[in-house]
Design a protein around this ligand. Sequence first.
Ligand SMILES: Cc1cc2nc3c(=O)[nH]c(=O)nc-3n(C[C@H](O)[C@H](O)[C@H](O)COP(=O)(O)OP(=O)(O)OC[C@H]3O[C@@H](n4cnc5c(N)ncnc54)[C@H](O)[C@@H]3O)c2cc1C
Length: 288
Amino acid sequence: MIDAIVIGGGPAGLQAALTLGRMHRQVMLFDSGEYRNATVDHAQNLITHDGRAPAELRRLAREDLAGYATVRIVETEVHAVEARDDGGFAAMTDDGAFAASVLILATGLRDELPPIPGLAAAWGREVAHCPFCHGHELSGKRIGILGSGAHAAAHRAMLAPIGSAVVVIDPDEVTAVEPTDDGLVVRRRDGDSTEVGGLFVAPTSTQRSPFAAQLGLATLPSGGVEVDPMGRTSLPGVFAAGDMAHTAAMPGPMASLAVAIAAGQLAAAAAVHQLAARELGAQRGAVS
Ligand SMILES: Cc1cc2nc3c(=O)[nH]c(=O)nc-3n(C[C@H](O)[C@H](O)[C@H](O)COP(=O)(O)OP(=O)(O)OC[C@H]3O[C@@H](n4cnc5c(N)ncnc54)[C@H](O)[C@@H]3O)c2cc1C
């Protein structure tokens, strides 16, 4: 049995593996290659990497990890996880089952967009959900918000200092979204259309993996896995980090690279403390 299994090769999982590797813990990181920001060419709001392609960030992170002999990355999907009788955890893959003393889940979320033709093709470029990530790039342009109610009003207020104008568009009125040289044209049922530099939408986001359900982890009204500030879930020995988890004090995940990285580090640090505490306990037991 190795020390830790990390499931997820996004920023949360990669950082967790780095922190564990630096503490010379045996780690296996499983990555099925399904990243939430897979369609994004440029990610913003990460100090020293503002504007860097997410794929390049992952490549650089893997380059860092290659310097740590105890970290192994496995490009495969984990089908199931389970708690073992010996207190450890097992991850099942096509290549067999792998066991570890602790488990760090960093499997992220998947997004479902409103079923409007053209929206998915522009997702991560002209269409996004996070003003902190993709607002500034629309400076001085007309910005569209697809939505209604308090969520749309909040986005409108946040984006007002950035755009030349911010228009809220009812998704039920939209028939299609088409690319232009400088953004998008939003076509409406009444035949009218609105040109915008970019469009913000609120996707429906759900857990990408079934592991929280398989392990019976406590979840929050957002659908996120409940963790304490150190990334501990309701099941001792299982930690969660990144978009898939947040504390009860937050209304939802602050889905960003920086927060996912921080959460990955916290979860790994808590996992190292737990491993060390168990080892200390075992040594004391052996002496007495
Ligand atoms: C369109 C878009 C634009 C964004 N732009 C920005 C931005 O500009 N700046 C910013 O800070 N944030 C941005 N974000 C948010 C950011 O991408 C996420 O917060 C971040 O990727 C979350 O990292 P994560 O590690 O939690 O999950 P992810 O990056 O989604 O990684 C999940 C990992 O888990 C793996 N996985 C899942 N299930 C399994 C399984 N069963 N077996 C093995 N592996 C599995 C996946 O393959 C993947 O490796 C954007 C998000 C979106 C959707």
